[in-house]
Design a protein around this ligand. Structure first.
Ligand code: GRF
Length: 195
């Protein structure tokens, strides 16, 4: 049980533009139960880092290429998460696969958002995979990260229609709108459950 007056401390891992990070920041600004305490990017130029500038939230860069191996790279990420005493790790467009060793350090405490209705279309280019298969419904999934690729227990999903004239861009945009709602909602649910 946690003290309700103490916010759940979120560490968000990103690689790119960070629109999901923005949705989490907006949610946390309105909810005393959740607080983003650190953002870690594996890409130094990620726009996501710009989103926390001036907010008093540290943006840490851990670039795989500057480390000798994956262990050292992941150790740097863990160090940042531990330094800021993160309770819940959120992968929000983080484009790297975390090793089983990393995942075991945060059991049931890593969430990921994936732009498809898992277990369909795991991995990269999920929206393109959906279009190529001709599915009529797709969506997004928030799941716990385990040692498999996009295969951990599903927590929440949102569905969207796939239209006959959809391109990867139009479908991605429709799914993204749902991501921005589903991920913050699921984090808030996690906050409630952990009380
Ligand atoms: C999202 O579609 C997410 O589901 C996928 O990568 C994209 C990241 O977008 N894993 P953003 O960086 O949050 O804008």
């Amino acid at each position: 049980m946690r003290d309700e007056r103490v916010p759940l401390r979120l560490g968000v891992l990103v690689s790119g533009r960070g629109s999901n990070l923005q949705a989490i920041l907006d949610m946390a600004a309105k909810n005393p139960g959740a607080s983003v305490v650190v953002v870690v990017s594996d890409r130094p130029g990620a726009f996501a880092l710009k989103r926390v500038e001036g907010l008093g939230i540290p943006g840490v860069v851990a670039e795989r290429g500057i480390f000798r191996n994956t262990d050292d790279f992941e150790a740097a990420i863990c160090e940042a998460l531990e330094k800021y005493r993160v309770d819940l790790v959120v992968l929000a467009g983080f484009m790297r696969i975390l090793s089983p060793g990393f995942v075991r350090r945060f059991p049931r405490r890593i969430l990921n958002i994936h732009p498809a209705l898992l277990p369909s279309f795991p991995g990269l280019h999920a929206q393109r995979q959906a279009l190529e298969h001709g599915v009529k419904i797709s969506g997004c999934t928030v799941h716990f990260v385990d040692e498999t690729l996009d295969g951990g227990p599903i927590i929440a999903q949102a569905a969207v229609p796939v239209l006959s004239n959809d391109t990867e861009e139009t479908l991605s945009a429709r799914i993204l709108r749902e991501e921005h709602r589903l991920l913050p909602e699921t984090i808030l649910e996690f906050v409630k459950q952990s009380r």
